[in-house]
Design a protein around this ligand. Structure first.
Ligand code: ADP
Ligand code: MG
Ligand code: MG
Length: 207
């Protein structure tokens, strides 16, 4: 699928489905080390994005990303809404007025999303957050720069899967899970898992 505004909208609809399918899993991950709402928070946010797209798809990929950002920021409480919102907002700013996203632009947008999450949440790699999924996602995406959009997103999703897996052994240093300290070891970070799910949904949508 071409990465036009319609393509990005389709990817967000696919992401909403995947998040709805994994809502309970994300709630359970968050129950173990947080407050059991991550699946709720994200499914509410992505359902709201789908509704917003029903009233009209913006003209550019940047416009669609911005709609996702403002919806997540306004509809999702907790840590993840503003963090994912910032990721989409920074990506949107990079996309500018392009009618279609090509591989270099996608890589810029992914890097900007990671930078936005880190600027907002101040987490670094190893803190056991969504940043631990995003960092290997971005580097794997950069490694696939010779491929198609779908190849780049598949590499990103693979990187995010590995990164999410790595959070199991980490002591959380940011967000609610940090209150548990060492007692959180042995559990995957819910936000790292949702990042991997979102990137996988985008990759599948791009095929
Ligand atoms: P809350 O913790 O407010 O209930 P969620 O459960 O929706 O919010 O989201 C929790 C996720 O947010 C965590 O699993 C983690 O990945 C992410 N997170 C929390 N704080 C930060 C931070 N400072 N930087 C990056 N990610 C964070
Ligand atoms: Mg929570
Ligand atoms: Mg909460």
């Amino acid at each position: 699928m071409a990465c036009t505004a319609e393509g990005v909208a389709a990817a967000l609809r696919a992401a909403a489905e995947v998040i709805a399918e994994h809502r309970t899993e994300l709630v359970d991950l968050d129950r173990a080390i947080g407050d059991a709402d991550h699946g709720e928070n994200l499914s509410r946010g992505f359902t709201a994005i789908v509704s917003a797209l029903e009233t009209g798809v913006p003209e550019t990929p940047a416009g669609v990303a911005k709609l996702a950002a403002t919806t997540l920021i306004s509809k999702v409480g907790g840590a993840a809404g503003p963090l994912y919102g910032t990721a989409f907002l920074r990506a949107s700013a990079k996309l500018g007025d392009a009618a279609e996203i090509d591989v270099p632009l996608l890589l810029d947008a992914l890097r900007a999303a990671l930078e936005g999450v880190q600027a907002r949440g101040k987490a670094v790699g190893g803190d056991a957050t969504m940043v631990d999924a995003l960092i290997p996602a971005v580097s794997a995406a950069e490694g696939a720069a010779d491929g198609t959009i779908a190849d780049v997103l598949t590499a990103a999703a693979d990187g995010a899967d590995r990164g999410a897996e790595s959070t199991v052994d980490l002591i959380p240093r940011k967000g609610r899970a940090s209150y548990l300290g060492e007692r959180a070891v042995g559990h995957m970070d819910p936000g790292a898992r949702s990042t991997a799910l979102l990137l996988r949904a985008f990759a599948e949508a791009a095929r």
